[in-house]
Design a protein. Structure first.
Length: 368
């Protein structure tokens, strides 16, 4: 520091700090030549600031907004520490730190990795969360002791990581102990934010900081889990698949009428679509019935056979009906039968599926 700086320090008795625009400075040490402050110097502290007076490495006083004349009567604590008998008649060694006490807003936080929690509905799941918060320096003396020390210009980025780590640790605690189901979290962000803020506040106070606002903006599941939830939601939205199938059929017919081939051109595709829709509807009805506690539909009775009876075709009959007719004598071993897949009509006793039905029926009596 040159001669000009020394002379300026001897002549200028105004101590103040005007924050530059677009800065993130939390604390600024006022520069004076050899840290010498004259007796009767004027200290100006603006709104949103506090001035911490340090003498011989110890905090002597904290000044709130206003204008002060630095004399013994203004600094009783400092006077006691130094034990000056003659006031400030000569320059004394001291430092003034200006601390920004305004609110710092729109600070972001987020979980770097998913956190594992136990959901009452889905069981163990991994969650990500992010949001924003605001803070300010609530205790300038503690802030200076715990974080600033002798840093001539302390900025927000120097504590950003520490604050984020504290916040993430406490939000994980809040998620784990809140017992709020994942599907209900969106309606409880405010509650979750307050719980997390209450948990974060004590640790912030230990650093001289006060958290003024804490917001949980989003809690999300891993992408693959979200995809499964989307599918589940889609099934719920479809609702009555019978009605959905009819709607799709009507839409297909309308579209087919606009095509050159007309309805006939898409008949096969439409039939397949109706069949698939019917199968889906049957499956959904079975699922819904099982969920409601109703028994599932009876299984199919098996193959269906046509029978030649009295010179005419009868049927088709399932195996239970055929068994009854065999016991009553309406169908004999020589009765002709046929089912889908057979090349032609054959005697009933020659069909493997029907042979067990004749096991309890005696053969015809031999001729007398």
């Amino acid at each position: 520091m040159g001669l000009l700086d020394k002379l300026r320090g001897e002549l200028i008795d105004i101590i103040e700090w005007t924050e530059p625009s677009n800065n993130d400075i939390l604390c600024y040490r006022f520069p004076r030549y050899q840290n010498e402050i004259k007796n009767g110097a004027k200290l100006t502290v603006r709104e949103g600031q506090a001035a911490v007076f340090v003498s011989e490495g110890k905090i002597a006083d904290v000044f709130t907004p206003g204008m002060y004349t630095l004399e013994t009567k203004n600094l009783p604590i400092l006077s006691t520490i130094k034990g000056w008998k003659y006031g400030f008649n000569s320059p004394f060694k001291a430092e003034v730190y200006f601390v920004s006490t305004r609110q710092w807003t729109d600070k972001k936080w987020g979980t770097q990795n998913p956190v594992m929690v136990r959901d009452p509905e889905f069981g163990p799941v991994r969650l990500r969360a992010f949001g924003s918060y605001a803070f300010r320096v609530g205790d300038p003396a503690t802030f200076l002791r715990q974080l600033v020390a002798t840093d001539p210009s302390f900025e927000t980025y120097e504590i950003a990581n520490q604050l984020r780590n504290v916040i993430v640790a406490r939000i994980v605690d809040a998620l784990g102990t809140s017992k709020i189901p994942i599907l209900d979290l969106a309606g409880n962000y405010e509650k979750l934010s307050q719980v997390a803020k209450d948990r974060i506040a004590p640790e912030m106070q230990g650093m001289g900081l006060t958290i003024t606002q804490f917001l949980v903006e989003n809690v999300s599941l891993p992408p693959e889990v979200e995809q499964m939830l989307d599918k589940r939601s889609s099934m719920a939205v479809l609702g009555n698949l019978d009605q959905y199938t009819k709607f799709q059929t009507g839409t297909a017919i309308g579209d087919a009428a606009k095509n050159p081939g007309g309805v006939a051109g898409v008949g096969a595709g439409l039939g397949a679509g109706v069949a698939i829709g019917g199968a889906m509807a049957d499956a959904m009805r079975g699922t819904h019935a099982a969920a409601a506690g109703a028994p599932p539909p009876l299984p199919s009775a098996g193959a269906q056979f046509f029978v030649g009876m009295g010179g005419a075709q009868a049927g088709p009959f399932d195996l239970a009906t055929l068994s009854a007719k065999i016991r009553s004598g309406e169908i004999t071993r020589q009765s002709l039968v046929w089912k889908a897949g057979m090349a032609g009509w054959v005697a009933a006793e020659g069909v493997a599926d029907l042979q067990p039905l004749f096991a309890a029926v005696p053969p015809p009596l031999p001729p007398g």
